[in-house]
Design a protein around this ligand. Structure first.
Ligand code: ZN
Ligand code: ZN
Length: 204
């Protein structure tokens, strides 16, 4: 994602009925991408509705099939295309709010996101949860933590995740049981270690 051959990043978003991400979510994602990636242009396409997949749960295989039938944009020339899919049910593995797969694709489990978000202060806002999960999955596409992007100092635990509990790359940031505990209203960002790794990858 930091690859210098691509000067533009395109963000395609599709959602099943009822699960369109909010405008505030998309603004927060754009801010995140603009501040951590060296792209001359970040193009956020208007979210597009697709039909329900009519499932109780979606496996990684289901998600790939849905992407294959609906995704419209692929990388071309100097434009790197990324894809985001909001589905209308849970992942087959409990508690997961989002997954990153292939090199440029993310999926989000809308029903579970709606369950953990709602009215502040009792629940974090829908936009905060959506933006946190989107940032987290884009962090994986950037190769964090130590998963394609070289780690400058050790800050890795629980797979490709960060040790810093306030970092958006902390492992629990895409788990529904974590959201009850955090949230002062702000959306987590990369910690200084993660920023350093992303910065070093750009300079490579
Ligand atoms: Zn993760
Ligand atoms: Zn971090």
């Amino acid at each position: 994602m930091q690859d210098g051959t691509y000067s533009r990043l395109l963000v395609e978003i599709q959602y099943m009925p009822g699960y369109r991400p909010s405008d505030s979510t998309l603004d927060q994602l754009r801010d995140f991408l603009a501040s951590h990636l060296d792209k001359a242009q970040i193009i956020m396409l208007e979210p597009q509705e697709i039909p329900s997949g009519n499932r109780e749960q979606y496996s990684a295989g289901d998600i790939r099939n849905i992407e294959q039938s609906h995704r419209k944009h692929y990388s071309e020339g100097s434009t790197l295309a990324s894809y985001n899919l909001f589905v209308d049910a849970d992942h087959t593995s409990d508690n997961v709010l989002g997954i990153a797969y292939y090199n440029t694709s993310n999926a989000y489990f809308g029903k579970r996101i709606h369950d953990v978000s709602g009215t502040p202060p009792l629940n974090p806002s829908r936009a905060s949860v959506e933006a946190t999960v989107m940032r987290h999955e884009y962090g994986h596409l950037m190769g964090l933590v130590n998963n394609g992007t070289v780690m400058q100092e050790n800050h890795q635990e629980n797979g490709p995740h960060c040790t810093d509990e306030s970092c958006v790359m902390y492992f629990a940031m895409n788990r529904s049981n974590f959201f009850a505990n955090i949230f002062d209203g702000s959306t987590p960002d990369l910690c200084s270690h993660c920023k350093t790794d992303v910065q070093a990858a750009k300079e490579d």
